[in-house]
Design a protein around this ligand. Structure first.
Ligand code: TGC
Ligand code: FAD
Length: 393
């Protein structure tokens, strides 16, 4: 257990901008995380173990596909969903990643691009966590540029045959179903989504070991060698690269909120520590001007990030959000959180490098969060293209 109990972070009376329902969702998630994740996360991180025992209770709380309607999903607003992500990532980015993938990258594409039969078959079980999913877009040679992917789907009779490699796939080896993006020969090489049951012959998932980041999350490479799937496993409404990018919008939006949670954890830990730790003339380090400047930077940036995420959430709830808005929130908030983690680690001095405190774990996790779902620089180019009208990729 960390030595300090989280006290909450709200400098600008942010809570006055939230409805009672939104506050309730946040409090319920916060309580769940405090009671169930915080006590075990450092051990999971040390062991490189995903806390699988939390899947069922998270399903019961409606965390999976939380903003989808029907099929046993909670039907939360986008702001409520964002607050869930914030609290999850205050616990750990890896656990938030798991929920992001299950919700935004597996349930959402089935919901948005799937047939009625696919929705009936998969969504209720994914919502409870009885079935787990993964999302295969990235390949060893195509990360920031997924449009270059080599994975192919060839139509043969009533089947598609898939061949290819996917890399860096969250939950790959624990998934029952993989949403695999492939160029379809039948559709002139256009990218389409396919549901691939992971027990099919020719499908292999191999975990990435030696990670310094997201150690409590499973990351795998996928290999598909002549994997036969029924033609009915094509996501019929998926249509080109735009379809997986639409899924990424959902996940990037959740990350924009999640990063605030990680930053809050770092800030709150550093503040409480600085008030207790004494150096020079028996004074708390919080009394030194340079330490105060760091805390001021953190609380200012966290407050700005909260307002950014909330505005993007309100735009999303009113159907007015553009994907470039989401890029701005993901890019800024993850950068902000990483800077907070580094400053907080500095305030804790030597103690900051141990896992007696959550800061270094957040810092290491956030290095992945900065890279996945579009790197910091790719989001700069997405925003840059939008404001200048010039594509600089
Ligand atoms: P480009 O020609 O720009 O776009 C192709 C079509 O898609 C449209 N589009 C979008 N639509 C919806 N949402 C978006 N965010 C969109 N971005 C683009 C675009 O208008 C176009 O439509 P149309 O109608 O003209 O066909 O495509 P490009 O090949 O030039 O690439 C653009 C780029 C670089 C922005 C994109 O490929 C990109 O975002 N790259 C980053 C890759 C990425 O984010 N990968 C994430 C993999 S999944 C993951 O990391 C999970 S982490 C686990 C966790 O979340 O915890
Ligand atoms: P690259 O694309 O090789 O980029 C390397 C560097 O080059 C970056 O700094 C990048 O910003 C820069 N760069 C690239 N192109 C340009 C350019 N045009 N201009 C300027 N700079 C450029 N993917 C999935 O499909 N599913 C998952 O579940 C998933 N989970 C992940 C989990 C983890 C822990 C990690 C680390 C990654 C995961 N990913 C997943 C993959 C992730 O989305 C990619 O790592 C990411 O998109 C970047 O791709 P890359 O690693 O190949 O880096």
């Amino acid at each position: 257990m960390p030595p300090f109990k989280f006290k909450g972070v709200d400098f600008l009376d942010f809570d006055s901008l939230l409805s009672q329902d939104e506050l309730l969702v946040r409090e319920n998630t916060r309580k769940f995380i405090e009671e169930n994740l915080v006590p075990i996360i450092e051990q999971c991180n040390r062991e490189g173990r995903f806390p699988r025992q939390l899947v069922k209770p998270m399903g019961e709380l409606g965390f999976f596909g939380a903003s989808l309607k029907g099929y046993g999903c909670a039907g939360m607003s986008n702001v409520e969903y964002g607050l869930v992500m914030q609290e999850l990532e205050r616990g750990d980015s890896g656990v938030r990643s798991f929920v992001s993938v299950q919700s935004a990258l597996v349930m959402y594409p089935i919901y948005a691009f799937g047939s009625d039969a696919q929705k009936e078959q998969w969504l209720p079980k994914l919502a409870t966590g009885e079935k787990l999913g993964c999302f295969g877009l990235t390949e060893p040679d195509f990360g920031s540029n997924p449009g270059g992917m080599r994975t192919r789907a060839a139509r043969k009779g009533d089947e598609y045959i898939l061949n290819g490699e996917k890399m860096w796939i969250t939950s790959g080896s624990i998934a029952d179903i993989a949403v695999v993006w492939a160029k379809s020969d039948e559709h002139d090489g256009k990218i389409r989504g396919f549901l691939v049951e992971t027990n099919r012959p020719g499908f292999k998932a191999q975990d990435v070991h030696g990670k310094w980041s997201l150690r409590a999350s499973v990351t795998s490479g996928l290999s598909l060698q002549d994997v036969h799937i029924p033609a009915a496993n094509l996501l019929p409404k998926s249509d080109g690269l735009k379809s997986p990018l639409m899924c990424l919008n959902q996940a990037r939006y959740g990350i924009a909120w999640g990063a605030i949670g990680a930053a809050m954890s770092c800030y709150d830990t550093a503040l409480q520590y600085a008030k207790l730790r004494k150096q020079f003339r028996d004074q708390p380090i919080a009394s030194h001007q340079l330490v105060q400047e760091k805390l001021t930077w953190m609380i200012t940036e966290i407050s700005k990030a909260q307002l950014l995420a909330l505005q993007v959430g309100r735009l999303k709830d009113s159907g007015k959000v553009q994907h470039q808005h989401i890029s701005m929130a993901k890019r800024n908030n993850v950068w902000m959180a990483l800077e907070c983690a580094r400053m907080a680690r500095d305030i804790l001095g030597g103690n900051g490098i141990t896992d007696d405190y959550p800061i270094m774990r957040h810092m290491m996790n956030l290095e992945s969060v900065k890279t996945y779902e579009g790197t910091h620089d790719i989001h700069a180019l997405i925003i840059g293209a939008n404001v200048t009208g010039i594509d600089a990729f």
